[in-house]
Design a protein around this ligand. Structure first.
Ligand code: SDX
Length: 443
C-alpha cells in the first residue's frame, strides 16, 4: 500500500497533483497524483470526503483503483497480462502451475530446491479431513457443483482451526497451502458425487494436474493412466486462470478479508462471486450458447440479438471490463484447444468450428469492433474442457480451483499491508426524505 510518506512526497511536487475546482463555489483542492510502475497513475482521494464533504461516484468501479498490488498487471488496450512481470504467454509455454503458484505467492520464480519444497508442501496437504465427506451426502445428487464448492470450502474453517489466525504468518502460509492443495480434491469429490461414483483419494506420486485428472476420471474397477497431453493442457488451463488483478471475485475476497474474516470464509465468498455468468460462470454459459446456436447459419441471428438493447442476450465469452483488445489468455486457450482435440482425435469438433466462425463474424461486425469486444478467457475454455470429458457444470469449478492461488495471494498481500483498513464504500442516497411514522390504522 502506498504509505503516507509517498503521498506526502507526491503532494509536495506540484506537478504531481490534480487540481479540482467546485464551479458552484469556486473552491479548489489539490489532490496528490501517485505513479505506479506500469499503467495509469492514480489521483489519491483518500482525504476527498474529509476536505470536500462530498463522495466520488463510480458504480462498478470502472475508474477506481481499490488498492496497490504487485502481483498481476493488465494492459487492456495492448492485450498484455503479466504475473510479477512475466508475460502470461511465456509462463503458459515454459512454466507449470506449481511454479506459477510460487511466483504469485512469493514474487519470484523458484529455484529447483524452492520449487521441490513448495510442491512437496502442496502435495502433502491434498487429502481432506475424512469427516468432510459427510457434507457431500447432504447435497442432492443434481446439486450444481459450485453450490457444493461454496459450502464445503466455507466449512474448511470448521476443521482447520490451526490456520485461521490471520495475524500469524505461519498460519497464513498453512492456510494458503491447504486451500491450493485441497481445491482439486474438493472439486473432484463434487464431480464424483454428482455422477454417483466413489470418491478417489489423491496420490502423492502424481503432479498437481495429473492428480486432479486421476481424482476426476479414475474408477476403482480399472487402472487409470493419465494422458500426458491432457495433463499438460490441464496444467496450462490452471495457469491461464490463476490471477487477474482486482476482478469481481478477487475484490470480493479482499473485502471479505478486510473485516478480518478467516481465509477459508474469504475464499468461499470469492467462489460465490465467481459463479455469476458475467464472471467465471461465462465458460459454462459459452458452451450453452454455442449449443443453442447449433449451426453456422444461425450465427447472424444471435449476433443481432447480442446487439439488440431490448434483448438481454449477450455474446458470452466476449467483452471484458479491462481488455479492449484480444485477451492474451484466449489466444493461448485457442492453441491448446487444437492440441487437445487433435490428441483426442476429434479435430472436427463442430463446437470449435462454430466458435471460430462466430469469432470471425463478430470481429468483422462494426458493433463489436466499435465497442472493442474481443473473445475473453472463457470463450474457448469450455470447448477444451468438454473434449476432456468434463460436464458443463464443472467448468466454473475448474476456474475457481485455478483462481484460488490468485485469491489467496491477493488476500495475503492485503493482510500484510500495514495500512490496510476495512473496506466500507459510501453511497449516493436517493431514498425518502425523513418522515413521521404512520400507525397502521391510518394507512
Ligand atoms: C471474466 O474482470 C476480470 O478480470 C474477469 C476475468 C478474470 O480472469 O477474473 O477476466 C474473467 O469474468 C471474463 C468475462 C466473462 N464474461 C463474459 O464473457 C460475459 C459476457 N461479457 C459481458 O457480460 C461483459 O463484456 C463483461 C461483464 C465481461 C464486461 O462488462 P462491462 O465492462 O461492464 O461492459 P459493459 O457491460 O458496460 O459493456 C460495454 C458495452 C455495452 O453496450 P453500451 O451500453 O455501451 O451500448 O458493450 C456491450 C454492452 O451492452 N457488451 C456486449 C457484450 N459485452 C459488452 N454486447 C454483447 N455481447 C457482449 N458479450
Amino acid at each position: 500500500m502506498t504509505d503516507a510518506s509517498t503521498v506526502a512526497q507526491a503532494s509536495q511536487d506540484a506537478r504531481n497533483s490534480f487540481t479540482m475546482i467546485d464551479n458552484r463555489t469556486g473552491q479548489s483542492w489539490e489532490l496528490p497524483i501517485i505513479d505506479g510502475v506500469l499503467g495509469p497513475s492514480v489521483v489519491d482521494i483518500r482525504r476527498f470526503y474529509a476536505e470536500t464533504d462530498m463522495f466520488t461516484y463510480d458504480p462498478g468501479f470502472t475508474s477506481t483503483a481499490s488498492c496497490d498490488s504487485g502481483i498481476t498487471f493488465i494492459d487492456g488496450d495492448a492485450g498484455i497480462l503479466l504475473h510479477r512481470g512475466y508475460r502470461i504467454e511465456d509462463l503458459a509455454e515454459h512454466s507449470d502451475f506449481m511454479e506459477v503458484c510460487y511466483l504469485l505467492l512469493h514474487g519470484e520464480l523458484p529455484n529447483a530446491q524452492e520449487k521441490a519444497k513448495f510442491e512437496h508442501n502442496i502435495t502433502y496437504h491434498t487429502m481432506l479431513h475424512e469427516q468432510m465427506v459427510n457434507f457431500y451426502r447432504g447435497f442432492r445428487r443434481d446439486a450444481h457443483p459450485m453450490a457444493i464448492m461454496v459450502g464445503v470450502v466455507g466449512a474448511l474453517s470448521a476443521f482447520y482451526h490451526d490456520s485461521t489466525d490471520i495475524n500469524d504468518p505461519h498460519q497464513r502460509m498453512v492456510a494458503q497451502h491447504r486451500l491450493i492443495a485441497k481445491m482439486p480434491t474438493i472439486a473432484a469429490m463434487a464431480y464424483k458425487y454428482s455422477v454417483g461414483q466413489p470418491f478417489v483419494y489423491p496420490r502423492n506420486n502424481l503432479s498437481y494436474a495429473e492428480n486432479f485428472l486421476h481424482m476426476i476420471f479414475s474408477v476403482p474397477a480399472e487402472d487409470y493412466v493419465v494422458n500426458p497431453v491432457l495433463a499438460r493442457a490441464m496444467d496450462r488451463i490452471f495457469i491461464l486462470h490463476a490471477d487477474h488483478e482486482q476482478n469481481a471475485s478477487t475484490s470480493t475476497v479482499r473485502i471479505a478479508g478486510s473485516s478480518g474474516a478467516n481465509p477459508f470464509a474469504c475464499i468461499a465468498a470469492g467462489i460465490a462471486s465467481l459463479w455469476g455468468p458475467a464472471h467465471g460462470g461465462a465458460n459454462e454459459a459459452v458452451l450453452r450458447m454455442l449449443q443453442e446456436i447449433g449451426s453456422v447459419d444461425r450465427i447472424p441471428e444471435f449476433i443481432e440479438r447480442a446487439k439488440d438493447k431490448d434483448d438481454p442476450f449477450r455474446l458470452m465469452g466476449f467483452g471484458h471490463r479491462v481488455y479492449k483488445n484480444y485477451d492474451p489468455r484466449a489466444k493461448v486457450m485457442q492453441k491448446s484447444c487444437h492440441e487437445v482435440l487433435e490428441e483426442l482425435g476429434i479435430g472436427e469438433e463442430p463446437l470449435l468450428k462454430l466458435a471460430m466462425e462466430l469469432e470471425r463474424i463478430a470481429l468483422e461486425d462494426d458493433y463489436f469492433v466499435e465497442k472493442k469486444l474481443f473473445p475473453n478467457v472463457d470463450f474457448y475454455s469450455g470447448i477444451i474442457l468438454k473434449a476432456m470429458g468434463f460436464p458443463t457444470t464443472m467448468f466454473t469449478v475448474l476456474f475457481a480451483l485455478a483462481r484460488t492461488v490468485g485469491w489467496v495471494g491477493q488476500w495475503t498481500e492485503m493482510i500484510e499491508d500495514p495500512s490496510q483498513r476495512i473496506s466500507r464504500p459510501r453511497q449516493l442516497y436517493v431514498g425518502n426524505e425523513p418522515r413521521d411514522y404512520v400507525p397502521i390504522q391510518q394507512r
